[in-house]
Design a protein around this ligand. Structure first.
Ligand SMILES: [Zn+2]
Ligand SMILES: [Zn+2]
Length: 325
């Protein structure tokens, strides 16, 4: 439900952002269903936030007022071993995490640490850049972790918000991308965005066999963005020896695989959560240079957020649904 809140004031080192757009991420469904429970329920969700700085706190240059920005949604403690190297997404005691534990972007205003605001070039629309705040930055983070090299076979298992950004990122690095998704329309888009091969899991009966045929030995990297027991099992089975599986998506289902499937492959199992501030800077730069395109299905006014969540749950949107204020 929508509720009235006082307009917040930025404290020392903070800015206030007048929110113009906020993407709807699958995480909101997980929060709504209770699958993701970080111990709090009394906050505003939304973490793919873009807007315009309209007030600054002490210690922040007034020249930033009017700056168009997308927001990095982690504010780590600044002191732990992870924060010290910029991995704020791993901080065990974050100061705030808009949209997860503190008020997020399904709102008109937010106050955040000034350096969490990444400048958006003038030629990019804020409703296009908003999804890069999570989907895009998560893709860069996972892609970097996987160590994609030119000529390697990269499977993108699931072509939603993160998948679409990740397949473009892998393609830009010279990876040979196999996209796996549901429905002709999503797969046509995947081909347009750079997938060499697109497999429709609704039609193909043997996805693993297909990937093994195409790649010869198996994929160098599989990004698992669906998170069902079946898709995770298939993802392992399509890896080449010493292949890397990167877990990103999840559902209520569990990972179930006989260890020998990992052992005989000397498989490398990785998992990726969120991103660093630097990853967000990188995805904004990639979008600004036209290397990655943000795919937006539609925009909806803020008060129709429930309709957006239902549409995402039904799996029908081609790209992100973005709320606009
Ligand atoms: Zn997200
Ligand atoms: Zn920390």
């Amino acid at each position: 439900m929508l509720r009235a809140e006082p307009i917040p004031c930025p404290a020392q080192g903070q800015v206030r952002v007048c929110i113009k757009a906020c993407g709807i991420c699958r995480t909101e469904l997980h929060l709504r269903d209770g699958l993701l429970d970080l111990g709090r329920r009394d906050f505003t969700v939304g973490h793919e936030i873009a807007g315009v700085i309209d007030a600054v706190g002490d210690g922040v240059s007034a020249s930033r007022i009017g700056e168009r920005v997308v927001i990095y949604y982690y504010e780590g403690c600044g002191a732990c071993r992870h924060c010290r190297v910029g991995d704020e997404q791993l901080c065990p005691a974050p100061k705030s995490q808009p949209g997860f534990t503190t008020d997020g972007g399904y709102a008109e205003y937010i106050v955040v640490r000034a350096r969490n605001c990444v400048k958006v070039p003038d030629h990019l629309a804020l409703h296009d850049i908003a999804p890069m705040g999570c989907a895009g930055s998560t893709a860069v983070h996972a892609g970097r972790m996987a160590g994609i090299t030119a000529g390697s076979w990269v499977v993108i298992y699931g072509v939603g918000g993160v998948g679409n950004a990740l397949l473009q990122y892998a393609h830009a690095l010279g990876g040979r991308v196999i996209a796996i998704g549901l429905g002709a329309e999503k797969l046509a888009l995947a081909r347009e965005l750079g997938a060499e091969i697109a497999l429709d899991a609704a039609v193909e009966t043997d996805i693993v066999g297909q990937v093994l045929d195409i790649t010869g030995e198996g994929a160098d990297v599989v990004f698992e963005l669906v998170g069902t027991t079946e898709t995770m099992r298939r993802s392992v089975m399509m890896l080449r020896r010493r292949g890397r599986l990167v877990l990103i998506g999840y559902t209520a289902e569990t990972l179930q695989i006989h260890p020998v499937e990992l052992i005989v492959r000397e498989a490398i199992l990785l998992a990726s959560v969120g991103s660093t501030l630097q990853d967000l800077h990188e995805i904004v730069d990639l979008v600004a240079r036209g290397i990655v395109t943000s795919v937006v299905d539609r925009t909806l006014p803020l008060d129709r957020f429930a309709e957006g969540l239902d549409a995402l749950e039904s799996q029908t949107p081609i790209g992100r649904i973005v709320l606009t204020m």
